[in-house]
Design a protein around this ligand. Sequence first.
Ligand SMILES: [Zn+2]
Ligand SMILES: [Zn+2]
Length: 289
Amino acid sequence: MDRISRGGYAGVDVSFRVKFWGVRGSIACPSPDHVIYGGNTSCIEVSVGGNTLILDAGTGIRMLGQSLIQRGIAKATLLLTHTHWDHINGFPFFAPAFRPDFALHIMAGHLAGSQGGIRAVLANQMENPTFPVPLSAMRGALSFADFRAGESFEPFPEVTVRTAPLRHPNNATGYRIEHAGKAVCYVTDTEHVPGEPDRNVLGLIDQADLVIYDSTYTDAEFPAKVGWGHSTWQEGIRLCRAAGVARLAIFHHDPDHVDTVMAGIEAEARALWDGAMAARDGMDLVMVE
Ligand SMILES: [Zn+2]
Ligand SMILES: [Zn+2]
């Protein structure tokens, strides 16, 4: 992880990189108090082995879509942690999906055998009278797959994705993406039990190079939020240290954590463990040159 940059896509071809397009949880919060860390909800682009993985479809996916079109990228695989609004409500605004020359494969691990699967859930959010444009208006080559959290698969040659079930209302899936001897994990939305490290999470993130973790709350805020399905940046550090992880990206920021609050959290986290950083919209991490 040699470079961290902000702003537009650098355009340099590298074999494994992670770019954050949305880092908020719960609801998008475009405001003058959310400029430094960003106001878009969850969306991350992972460029790996010449292919594109997208993690979640929060509001950040709108700008990612524009960037993919500009870069001439014609196919991607979207991995969804779950289908709460903050992880899918950018999907109807993902412009590449409306283009006949774009292929999008969509996968989710929390719906197998229920709710009609991921296609039905994405279609429902675009139904009359809550959205004017139906899923069928997306002219791209869309395909859908439901799996069970805990399964592994190879979305592309030399790329392995492992998954694990997370503790979250209506369930969620954690992901581990492996390529060229490096591992990036995406673990949101998930709630911990104080003093009892989540074994599913520990197993998933073991020895990873980067873990992106649900840090919606602080340990001080957590007791009032038990049962809401989220965790803390302090628990992220505890898990990463226990699992021999190199770097933690504090993620899924609470909308109430405005820039000044986030700067304080980031400084406190770094003081506790220098492997910690707070994710920001536009942050770009190179895993393998
Ligand atoms: Zn969320
Ligand atoms: Zn959620």
